[in-house]
Design a binder for this molecule. Structure first.
Ligand SMILES: [Mg+2]
Length: 433
């Protein structure tokens, strides 16, 4: 009953009506409740209000939420992180989102399953690298690069240095937190895995919806699609074969490694399946041997990072895990990625920033390997400029899976568009439900 005293007078009638119609609220006390119970009680009240057609505007709900939870500062802080601007005014949708968002904020931080936390961080890390890097994307020679690789091949670094926060802008003039094709395509794979299991057709159908209607995009539009990917999707629409990726060596762009995270998360219990399906996932849009084997290598390393419950070092995981025999690679340049020959001794200034799959992977591996934490890895990666968002997205997958959820800055978690949705996707992929 204390709730009644805490709300503004003008809304009392609404709550009185609620009280009359629902016995349950008499049991509710907001004192001495744990955060979880406090939240659940409030959620119940909102549902009852909805069932009884007591309408409150979204702003009013937030206001009451603040009033009611005022004694619980941790909870208040939690609610303040919610990105309300994405919610429409429909109460049902608001409640659904609130449910997901708050549950996740509470549960992931307190989660003890390291593999689950690493998995969520792997997908969220992809989005962070993408959103951080888009500011510096295509800083030079955009047209040449698109022609050559279907993505950005940039040979000179941009003038911006030390870009360290997610601020949007860039060539696509995005809002802070909006991400690009890398994350959209990853979410397309994730959605398909959950609906159909591993299905190239399902993945392709989602790519089509993304290309045509902005499905699973950060702002409702497909504003950034690589030429190789676009051609493959068009060919799929024409011939209906989902293995539509070009097999040409000069079409070895980074478009299939940038979106890989859902595969190693979904198959995290089995490294052989992870490698097999990582390779297959490339075939939809990038069918060259280097693209396929790069996906295999990245998938295998992500698998090891996700399962790193004994806190082994990067060096042990990458170089001492018998990956050579597990992967059985044929492509010389991918073998040089695996043994470090093509990147381990490079200086930062010597790292490539092109959209060529081998270049992107070796720069991402370098930035992960020589970083001390999640943010440093991503900052190193995107400040290479060039294909910054994708180098960031690949490094973000690695850094998220290796350093784990707790290292992702809270500010980034809250600013990433559809952050809750992304985390929920990873959660569902991991649990396969
Ligand atoms: Mg992109």
């Amino acid at each position: 009953m204390n709730i009644i005293n805490k709300i503004e007078n003008k809304h009392k009638e609404k709550y009185k009506k609620l009280l009359k119609s629902n016995k349950f609220i008499k049991k509710v006390s907001f004192l001495n409740k744990s955060r979880n119970n406090l939240y659940k009680d409030f959620y119940e009240i909102l549902l009852k209000m909805k069932d009884n057609n007591i309408s409150l505007k979204q702003e009013e709900i937030i206001q009451h939420l603040t009033i009611i939870s005022i004694k619980d500062h941790k909870l208040l802080k939690l609610f303040n992180k919610i990105n309300y601007e994405n919610y429409n005014k429909d109460l049902k949708s608001f409640l659904n989102n609130l449910n997901t968002e708050v549950d996740l904020f509470i549960s992931i931080k307190e989660e003890s399953n390291i593999q689950l936390k690493n998995s969520i961080a792997c997908l969220l890390g992809l989005a962070c690298g993408d959103a951080l890097g888009t500011t510096l994307e295509f800083t030079k020679n955009e047209q040449e690069s698109l022609a050559q690789f279907g993505r950005g091949e940039v040979t000179e670094r941009g003038s911006q240095e030390h870009h360290t926060d997610i601020i949007g802008g860039g060539v696509f003039k995005l809002k802070a937190g909006e991400w690009t094709d890398d994350t959209s395509m990853a979410l397309c794979i994730s959605k398909s895995l959950q609906e159909d299991g591993f299905s190239l057709k399902g993945q392709m159908d989602n790519y089509v919806k993304w290309m045509r209607h902005g499905y699973l995009s950060s702002n409702g539009r497909c504003f950034d699609i690589g030429v190789t990917t676009s051609n493959a999707i068009k060919q799929y629409l024409h011939l209906k074969n989902p293995k539509a990726g070009s097999k040409e060596i000069h079409h070895s762009g980074n478009g299939s490694i940038m979106r890989l995270a859902p595969i190693p998360i979904y198959f995290y219990q089995n490294i052989n399946k992870t490698i097999q399906y990582s390779a297959e996932s490339s075939l939809t849009t990038h069918g060259s041997p280097e693209c396929i084997e790069s996906c295999m290598l990245l998938g295998a390393i992500l698998n090891l990072f996700i399962n790193n419950i004994n806190n082994e070092s990067k060096k042990e995981l990458i170089f001492n895990s018998n990956l050579e025999s597990i992967l059985n690679l044929k492509e010389q340049k991918v073998i040089q990625l695996l043994n470090g020959d093509s990147w381990l001794k490079l200086k930062y200034e010597e790292l490539p920033n092109t959209g060529y799959v081998i270049d992107t992977l070796r720069s991402a591996l370098w930035c992960l390997y020589y970083s001390n934490n999640f943010k440093e890895a991503l900052t190193l990666a995107v400040n290479l400029c060039g294909d910054a968002d994708t180098i960031g997205a690949v490094c973000g997958q690695l850094a998220g899976a290796y350093y784990g959820y707790d290292q992702i800055p809270n500010h980034w978690i809250s600013i990433i568009k559809e952050s809750t949705y992304i985390q929920k996707e990873a959660y569902s992929l991991f649990l396969k439900k």
